[in-house]
Design a protein around this ligand. Structure first.
Ligand SMILES: *Cc1c(COP(=O)(O)O)cnc(C)c1O
Length: 427
């Protein structure tokens, strides 16, 4: 596909490229396995000497077409799908780390990723230092150790809506010889392409805006191809030293800019197996075909809702980086000039109990454990996703006890505001 096409065209056209007589629409290759004529042909695939499909746990044509589309949207060189956003963030880091290594991560990240890096990966021997993304460059440098292997952060954090200074983080990571991995779930490549600001690897929970309809849990990893693994060969032996599980091939030598994704597919996916089903990849692709139409509408509606809430006497505070007095407005203008995302947060005067009572009165906005899909939805993190934390722990995690996370859908904004209005009248 021509890389000169605009992003709207890529949403529709990238990925599946049928040739003569093939289906126009991406087919679902609902097959675990693929046929060969000779034993020798298949043997070469196992040695990574030929490329081709042999078992869906490693690669499937439906998944590859969708991964290719996401790769082109982000402006990367190679990409892969995973079964979930959690798997994407796990593989993205574990592909270049092992027991005894260390990573630096922004503290303002999705709760699931916070648990993954702060608890589960620690049990696997990979240590994590969490940093305040707004800290100064000098302060952030103190988090690095000789065994640090990457830096991780979210473009717009879920649920705290912190906008990342991507250039600051990229400079910091590169000064310490490691890549910057950015979870771009909330921004999507429609509003921000982190590679253009120096990030090296991008991850996604495709469950959110990319799918867009709350149908399939999924994830993706995209490599920019820009990080020079060989220049820091001693830090990344998994990429620059022979892989004994593939007869001693060296990923960087054999696959060049494709080294990182080839290793993640042929090693991590082979051994850990968090594949996306081809059926889900097909549905994800349908979602991607309208991403460029939905995302601007989410942003337009969210800004209207944020302005409405801001002017309401019963509302204590509103956080949305599209509002001019938001602490992240300046960073959003730089990195996300066309809009941030459809998610905002706010609290009501009277605190936690008032916020909870208000949510029960909403009719159009549904209480669900989800964000970033076509339907407006709402969640109270202190009662739901962060339920196990006490008030003090909530504040430390950047989740105020009265915080309502409101994910603005693509319905008519007047209807969404009318729903808020009738619920606010009851409190
Ligand atoms: C939801 C989410 C994840 C986890 O993705 P799943 O698809 O639910 O596994 C990771 N990062 C961000 C920013 C998210 O919003």
């Amino acid at each position: 596909m021509s890389n000169n096409y605009k992003i709207e065209t890529k949403c529709i056209q990238s990925g599946w490229q049928p040739t003569k007589g093939e289906p126009r629409v991406l087919p679902i290759y609902q097959s675990t396995t693929f046929k060969y004529d000779t034993s020798e042909q298949m043997g070469r695939l196992f040695d990574l000497e030929d490329s081709g499909y042999f078992y869906t746990r490693l690669q499937n044509p439906t998944n590859d077409a969708v991964a290719q589309k996401i790769t082109e949207l982000e402006g990367g060189v190679a990409g892969m799908l995973t079964s979930s956003g959690q798997a994407a963030n796990y593989y993205a880091v574990f592909n270049i780390c092992e027991a005894g290594d260390h990573i630096v991560s922004a503290s303002t990240i999705y709760g699931g990723t916070f648990n993954l890096y702060g608890t589960t990966m620690k049990k696997m021997g990979v240590d994590c230092t969490f940093v305040d993304p707004d800290a100064s460059y000098e302060e952030l440098e103190k988090a690095f150790q000789p065994n640090t292997k990457c830096v991780f952060a979210e473009t717009i954090s879920n649920p705290s809506l912190v906008v990342l200074d991507i250039e600051k983080f990229a400079k910091l990571a590169h000064a310490h010889g490691v890549p910057l991995i950015v979870d771009n779930t909330f921004a999507t490549p429609i509003n921000c392409r982190p590679f253009e600001w120096g990030a090296d690897i991008v991850t996604h929970s495709t469950t959110k805006y990319m799918d867009g309809h709350a149908m399939c849990v999924g994830g993706a990893i995209v490599d920019s191809g820009n990080f020079d693994w060989e220049a820091h060969a001693d830090k990344f032996p998994g990429l620059t030293q022979p892989d004994e599980s593939y007869h001693g091939i060296i990923y960087t030598q054999k696959f060049g800019k494709g080294a990182y994704i080839t290793k993640a597919t042929s090693q991590l996916m082979r051994d850990l197996g968090s594949i996306q089903s081809p059926q889900n990849a097909f549905l994800l692709n349908v979602g991607l075909e309208t991403l460029h139409l939905r995302v601007p509408r989410h942003c337009e509606n969210a800004l209207k809702v944020a302005q409405y809430l801001k002017n309401h006497e019963k509302v204590a505070w509103v956080r949305y980086a599209g509002l001019e007095d938001d602490p992240y407005y300046e960073l959003a203008q730089k990195y996300l000039p066309n809009g941030t995302c459809g998610v905002l947060s706010f609290g009501l005067k009277g605190g936690r109990d008032v916020s909870v009572g208000f949510m029960d009165k909403l009719k159009l906005a549904a209480i669900v454990t989800h964000v970033a899909d076509a339907r407006t939805c709402v969640l109270h993190p202190a009662s739901h996703t962060h339920r196990q934390m006490n008030e003090q722990e909530l504040i430390e995690a950047g989740v105020q006890p009265d915080l309502i996370r409101f994910s603005v859908g693509i319905e008519n904004a007047e209807d969404i505001i009318a729903d808020l209005e009738q619920a606010l009248e009851t409190v």
